[in-house]
Write a protein that binds this ligand. Structure first.
Ligand SMILES: Cc1cc2nc3c(=O)[nH]c(=O)nc-3n(C[C@H](O)[C@H](O)[C@H](O)COP(=O)(O)OP(=O)(O)OC[C@H]3O[C@@H](n4cnc5c(N)ncnc54)[C@H](O)[C@@H]3O)c2cc1C
Length: 472
């Protein structure tokens, strides 16, 4: 048996799967539609600047909510001393939320929030919190919205302060129309643990500084996928093909038997034992031949993605921000977040210059998406000047990077639609869905990598059983 695996998409999920297959000596091909690998976690080279698609960072300690021991160790082994640990650099990873003149730590630090809002508002927050705790987050119909869960968890005034506003900016929907499945991102904490002691000691020792233990690959997050690709090329097992994408997926009797791929303009046919797909689930469904029933296509078309625009400003200054990134929940501010690439690692920019990523969330082909680079620059720059971040005269160059499938949108009906689609795709026995858009799951990089890695391990163990112990 020719153990050939076809992996669709060379983002963290697809490349982690490839890495596991490589370790087990199983042959594979990765096809990637772009000319650069890494997906949302790629690093774009722009002259001497190495630029990530918005802020990308990886946690290194179990108490941080998205930490993943297995994938962290994998990345450590993969990158060795090319992985920078902020703790050893004695530097904190700083994220803040700007509300008017105030800067709040992110993720939320109760101490810091109370310090910033003032004594009376802090008392109000406690009152709201206690009131919210006595209510159930569930509707009588059992449908729970993101807004209900967050207000029960934090109390209305703390939730309103920035979580709800920022979420509406990110997702483009009211929080009452978003599913409670999004609430994991906010993290669990108990306000009670800190409030009682702090209200009585208000003003003393309340200054806290956000920052959690993180690591970052030198020269950008894309180094993770690039290093896997370099290992593949060195070992001479498997291949990664860019500018390549599937155009037709033929299936019969519950199995995919052929995938037609356009490779740099040339049509090639694959007859894989397994297909691992990390491409957007809607694209995958539409490539199937024969086509799925109309209700499956309808369901998948109603799974929406939020798009992301990154306006990179090349600035003629050594540094602009103190923080790594700043969140702007205020709906009057046209962008959602700023991040300064150089603060992740100074070698990503020349010494005397810096790069600022101005992030916008939008819908595919809405007015914002359709703006050309200068149109987006014209929207951003007056606000950046007003906020005192950067002056137009200091910007020597700019360009926009667009990602259509950046965030799977969990609206209230998404879970039922996704179940319908998954049940159909589950009928294709040699297909495994992996990663963020591949499974329509709002997951971070560790989880995407783990999904790819686990799927590859399952295939390897199946092949091992079939061959009676050793791989062909
Ligand atoms: C702005 C932003 C900030 C983030 N910050 C963090 C962070 O700080 N920490 C963290 O852990 N995670 C972060 N993430 C999430 C992280 O980027 C993703 O979880 C991760 O990239 C998902 O990997 P993936 O391989 O599943 O999908 P993707 O990265 O989306 O990769 C999918 C790949 O498939 C390719 N593809 C798509 N369609 C086709 C096709 N038809 N044919 C062939 N190839 C195709 C794409 O080009 C892409 O290369 C962030 C995401 C965004 C958008």
């Amino acid at each position: 048996m020719d153990n050939n695996i076809l992996i669709l998409g060379a983002g963290p999920a697809g490349m982690s799967a490839a890495s596991r297959l490589l370790s087990n000596g199983v042959n594979f091909s990765v096809v990637e539609k772009e000319n650069i690998i890494g997906g949302l976690a790629k690093t774009i080279q722009y002259g001497p600047f190495s630029l990530d698609v918005g802020p990308h960072i990886l946690c290194t300690k179990p108490y941080v909510y998205d930490y993943n021991e297995k994938m962290y160790r994998f990345i450590e082994d993969l990158l060795g001393d090319k992985l920078i640990h902020y703790e050893t650099l004695n530097r904190k990873y700083l994220e803040t939320v700007r509300v008017g003149e105030d800067a709040f730590d992110y993720p939320i630090q109760i101490k810091n929030a109370l310090q910033n809002v003032g004594f009376l508002s802090a008392l109000h927050m406690v009152y709201d919190y206690l009131g919210a705790k006595s209510q159930s987050p569930h509707n009588s119909n059992g449908n729970t919205s993101f807004e209900q869960v967050i207000t029960t968890q934090l109390g209305r005034s703390l939730a309103d302060l920035f979580i709800l506003k920022y979420s509406e900016k990110t997702w483009g929907l009211k929080c009452s129309d978003l599913s409670s499945d999004l609430a994991w991102r906010v993290g669990e904490f108990s306000i009670m643990d800190v409030l009682i002691g702090q209200i009585s000691n208000f003003g003393k020792n309340l200054r806290s500084q956000s920052g959690h233990p993180v690591c970052y690959p030198e020269m950008g997050i894309g180094l993770i996928c690039e290093q896997i690709k370099a290992n593949i090329e060195k070992a001479n097992i498997g291949e990664v093909k860019t500018d390549s994408y599937p155009v037709r997926i033929l299936h019969d009797n519950g199995r995919i038997h052929e995938v037609v791929v356009c490779e740099k303009g040339t049509i090639q046919s694959y007859h894989p034992n397994y297909v691992l797909s990390s491409i957007p689930i809607g694209q995958l469904i539409q490539l199937l031949d024969p086509k799925p029933p109309v209700e499956i296509i309808d369901s998948v078309l109603n799974l929406k993605h939020r798009s992301h625009l990154c306006l990179y400003l090349i600035v003629n200054k050594c540094r602009v921000l103190r923080e790594h990134c700043i969140y702007y929940p205020d709906p009057e501010i046209p962008f959602a977040r700023l991040m300064e690439q150089k603060n992740y690692n100074q070698n990503t920019c020349p010494d005397d210059m810096t790069a600022l990523a101005v992030e916008f969330f939008c819908w595919y082909e809405d007015d914002l998406w359709n703006k050309d680079d200068s149109g987006l620059f014209r929207i951003a720059i007056p606000k950046l000047e007003e906020l005192g971040i950067v002056k137009e005269g200091d910007v020597v160059d700019y360009f926009v990077h667009r990602e259509r499938y950046a965030y799977p949108v969990y609206d209230l009906g998404y879970a039922d639609r996704l179940r319908t689609v998954m049940a159909y795709l589950g009928g294709l026995k040699n297909l495994k869905l992996i990663g963020r858009s591949g499974t329509f799951t709002y997951m971070d990089q560790y989880r995407a990598m783990e999904a790819g890695s686990n799927a590859a391990d399952e295939i390897v163990s199946e092949f091992t059983k079939e061959s009676g112990g050793g791989l062909a």
